[in-house]
Design a protein around this ligand. Sequence first.
Ligand SMILES: [Zn+2]
Length: 350
Amino acid sequence: MNQEPTPPQNLDRYVRQMRYAPIGEEGQRRLLAARVLICGCGALGSVIAGTLARSGVGYLRIVDRDFLETNNLQRQILFDEQDVAAELPKAIAAAAKLAKINSQITVEPLVTDVDYTNVMELTDGVDIILDGTDNFETRMLLNDVALKRRIPWVYGGCLGGEGQSMTIVPGETACLRCLMNDTPPPGATPTCDTAGILAPIVNVIASLQAAEAIKLLSGNRQAINRALTVIDIWDNRIRQVNLDALAAGNDCRACKRGEYPWLSGQRASHTAILCGRNAVQLSPSGRAAVSLATMAHKLQGVGRVTHNKYLLRLAVDDYLLTLFADGRAIIGGTDDIATARTVYAKYIGT
Ligand SMILES: [Zn+2]
């Protein structure tokens, strides 16, 4: 880690945190020099980003593929009604809010989907990866890249009133694939469509993730939680599942054998049905920048078109098509991939 000297007055705001003995001034300086990737800035990512910004983690790279909707505000605490009205991508709205919270740190917002083509670049130079995603395909990709680059990462996930968290330190702990060899088949697990989600469990799990990051980044690796934590905030259950035997006794394809099929692209998909959204994301193969202004001009008369610097929105028939500058689109109004592809091809082209 690069440790740049920080003027003493800059540390005043962290005085309560530095007074906590395991952190101290030395730990605080480490936090200020640390670089973090927050992958997904919805419910978990909001809490993680806000907590780490306030704690003085010096550099936050925030990646999110989505834009804001009113029904996000129930649990995504960085955002407000003005952000929704401005039709902002979550990463952009998050960065603006974080700059108001702590102007002394650097926040790099990126509006893109994390996939095998960009994950190496996105993880360049970071000390830790925090999981704010909502799907196991991306988590398997994060697990692969973290093991390959030997970067610690912290898994978190919530559904209904239950949540889980696990800290993965390559070479030391079990990994996500020790726990589950593959992504659950479609339809095998409940989704936030069917199970809903309670805000408090998100705050609990994201806080655990942020605490693990603060431990690792402040030089307190021995303090991390090596168990899988499972909490049900409604049924009042808290479990710590010891993973030592699992880590020692299995022949994990990822952390023992070094097979990374999500990172190599073997397991990549170019479409995703977005959880709880009645929407499908389409990612054209090979990223190509799109001129949103040109496209907006072209679509005048087709339907209701708005655009800003980050995205274009077309309301046509029963669909709401959102096109991002990297060529990705989210088609709202359907959860059928074929229908979404048809809508994309009809208005944006192939
Ligand atoms: Zn493993």
